[in-house]
Design a protein around this ligand. Structure first.
Ligand SMILES: Nc1ncnc2c1ncn2[C@@H]1O[C@H](COP(=O)(O)OP(=O)(O)O)[C@@H](O)[C@H]1O
Ligand SMILES: [Mg+2]
Length: 371
């Protein structure tokens, strides 16, 4: 049986990775030169996949690398543990790694834990009385243990640091990093508003820390080539028209390109239907699968915000134009203003010129289904 030729829900690499040639080179160039970068984009555009790919290449060139996902950082101890694991990862023997890291970080010790499948696993943990020292030691490893090529340190979903007694954590990191002239730091963030606040406000620790980089969607041309090649690998001869429809309904967002591609491939395998029918059926399946996720987003909003959002969905865009506000009975204007701002801060809406659009094309479809 042929496996589904598409992949979504985890970071991807070849053969599931497309486009991004220039971005990959740009990131690697900055990282080789110890320049700091701050990369942002909405979720699911492909930041993590791109940066992990760059890290693989840089590691092969001899750069020591550290990758930490801040969604996994629940405390300062956890941060130290994850960092330490990254630092010892390339060393062939665990004993050697342990010995090395114990010489560098005070209060670090091996413990037994369980991995995701419940099997015993050797881990590193921190003696609680030594946390402050261990933190200081671990973050200075890239500056202290210099190697031929510079260290590259990536913090993914960095805006999450705010949830961890943010201010002091941020300040301590910055205080140390500003002396690390020969280390490349790369921060990634999905919440534009939070991340940009961290680096563009004068009162924040990471003000002006690095070059801003907004990751855009891959080009349409790359998406078309990818879709044709993947369907072909999956034994389905796709029409140019269906590829067009996929790009239209996903607006070229890589996650949805792969997700809808996967659903279409499944539907096409199960029954022989016309491309139009397959597309509709695949869309319906995708919307059902995403329903919990969309409900989660909607539940953060007030009744008025949901009303405004549904109006935007039906109207294709929202604005302060009287025709829009009157048609959907949206008043007072101050509430509309507040709701637009909150939903833009949450990245649910995207503002372009004076129009607000729903960022996620399938959330838009789902909202229409619900009202
Ligand atoms: N370059 C790419 N080529 C193909 N698919 C991609 C690419 N980047 C992202 N994707 C798709 O999008 C999904 C989310 O990617 P991810 O890198 O986790 O995005 P982000 O970190 O921006 O949230 C992946 O599971 C994959 O399906
Ligand atoms: Mg990511």
């Amino acid at each position: 049986m042929i496996d589904n030729p598409f992949c979504y829900g985890k970071t991807v690499d070849d053969p599931f990775f497309y486009g991004r040639k220039n971005e990959l080179e740009e990131i690697k160039l900055s990282m080789r030169n110890a320049t700091n970068l701050i990369m942002y984009s909405p979720r699911r555009i492909g930041k993590s996949s791109l940066v992990i790919k760059a890290l693989k290449d840089l590691e092969a060139e001899g750069h020591p690398t550290v990758y930490i996902d801040f969604f996994k950082v629940s405390s300062r101890e956890k941060f130290i543990e994850l960092y330490a694991r990254e630092v010892v990862r390339p060393l062939k023997s665990w004993e050697k790694g342990l010995q090395w890291i114990q010489g560098l970080v005070r209060g670090i010790q091996p413990t037994m834990g369980l991995d995701q499948s419940g099997l015993p696993e050797l881990r590193l943990s921190i003696d609680p009385v030594q946390t402050a020292r261990a933190f200081e030691d671990i973050i200075s490893i890239p500056a202290k243990s210099k190697q031929e090529k510079c260290w590259v340190v990536v913090f993914d979903e960095f805006q999450e640091i705010e949830k961890l007694n943010g201010e002091s954590f941020e300040k301590e990191l910055r205080a140390a990093f500003q002396h690390h002239k020969e280390v490349s730091y790369l921060f990634l963030g999905s919440q534009r508003h939070l991340l940009l606040n961290m680096v563009s406000r004068k009162d924040r620790a990471f003000y002006n820390f690095g070059k801003l980089f907004q990751l855009q969607k891959p080009s349409e041309e790359d998406a078309v080539t990818f879709l044709a090649e993947r369907f072909n690998a999956g034994g389905y001869s796709v029409s140019g028209e269906l590829i067009r429809e996929i790009l239209d309904s996903t607006r070229g967002i890589p996650y949805y390109v792969q997700y809808l591609g996967a659903e279409i491939w499944e539907c096409a395998r199960l029954a022989s239907k016309t491309p139009g029918e397959i597309h509709r059926q695949a869309l319906a399946r995708l919307l059902i699968n995403q329903s919990d996720y969309f409900q989660g987003i909607r539940s953060q909003l007030t009744a008025f915000q949901v009303k405004l959002l549904s109006s935007v969905a039906w109207h294709c865009y929202g604005s302060y134009e009287t025709s829009f506000l009157q048609k959907y009975r949206l008043y007072p204007t101050s509430s509309v203003q507040k709701a637009f701002k909150r939903m833009t801060d949450l990245d649910i809406l995207e503002k372009q010129h004076n129009q607000f659009r729903i960022a996620d094309p399938f959330f838009e479809l789902w909202l229409k289904q619900q009202s």
